[in-house]
Write a protein that binds this ligand. Structure first.
Ligand code: GRF
Length: 224
């Protein structure tokens, strides 16, 4: 007989790393609240003591941790502390969700194909900070967000999921960010599900998704 505990143990343990607001973390937590979702949250960790997301997670009774990078002499020591916490809680997947620290190649190598990140642009365009301002400055008509497996270089690695939104003539960085964020909250749980279900296959720089549907049609802007 399968007990609810056995079913729970089959779900992949995931840790979510944040530095601030944590709205993507919230979307992942909400997805994991469904017992049928293939992952469960075992830790929400922040490097920033004042991260609003940390309070949100603690208020909901989730296991939380603070690993303040300022308390470590260098990146290697900070990353070793992170790694230790993640292994302590038995994490098998790590989701970076607005985590504002660059991870060392050594850390990344210890989580091969188990480390996801979300970035607010259609990668490989607009890596780094201020992607919405830069998209507006560049005059692109489609912008969006990307979930990818993490390689040591910033905002790089095999792409798992992307969503595009049209850029409007009256967009500000804030209005564009808000529309992109809605899509972030949609594709991050989807990407986590695909990874937890073992449906991602990395081949070179690309990532194949087994059994996923690709929509027909196109998003174009302008339309007439
Ligand atoms: C998101 O736009 C995410 O793509 C980027 O940082 C922002 C974090 O927002 N990496 P939140 O903390 O998840 O609300």
């Amino acid at each position: 007989m399968t007990t609810p505990d056995d079913a729970e143990k089959k779900r992949t343990p995931v840790a979510i790393l944040i530095s601030g607001r944590g709205s993507n973390m919230m979307a992942l937590v909400e997805a994991c609240a469904d017992p049928a979702f293939p992952a469960r949250v075992v830790l929400v960790l922040s490097n920033e003591p004042d991260a609003a997301g940390l309070t949100w997670a603690a208020d909901r009774g989730l296991p939380t941790a603070l690993v303040n990078h300022r308390h470590y002499p260098n990146r290697e020591a900070f990353d070793a502390a992170l790694d230790a916490r993640l292994r302590e809680v038995g994490a098998r997947i790590v989701c970076l969700a607005g985590f504002m620290r660059l991870l060392t190649p050594g850390f990344v190598a210890r989580w091969p194909d188990r480390l996801l990140n979300i970035h607010p642009s259609l990668l490989p365009a607009f890596k780094g900070l201020h992607s919405h301002e830069r998209a507006l400055d560049a005059g692109v008509r489609l912008h969006g967000c990307t979930v990818h497996l993490v390689s040591p270089e910033m905002d790089s690695g095999p792409i798992v999921a992307q969503a595009a939104v049209p850029v409007r003539a009256d967009d500000t960085p804030e209005s564009l960010a808000a529309r992109v964020l809605e899509q972030e909250h949609r594709i991050y749980p989807l990407a986590l599900r695909l990874l937890a279900e073992g449906r991602l296959h990395v081949s070179g720089a690309a990532c194949q998704v087994r059994g996923a549907k690709s929509p027909d049609g196109a998003l174009s802007n302008p339309v007439g």
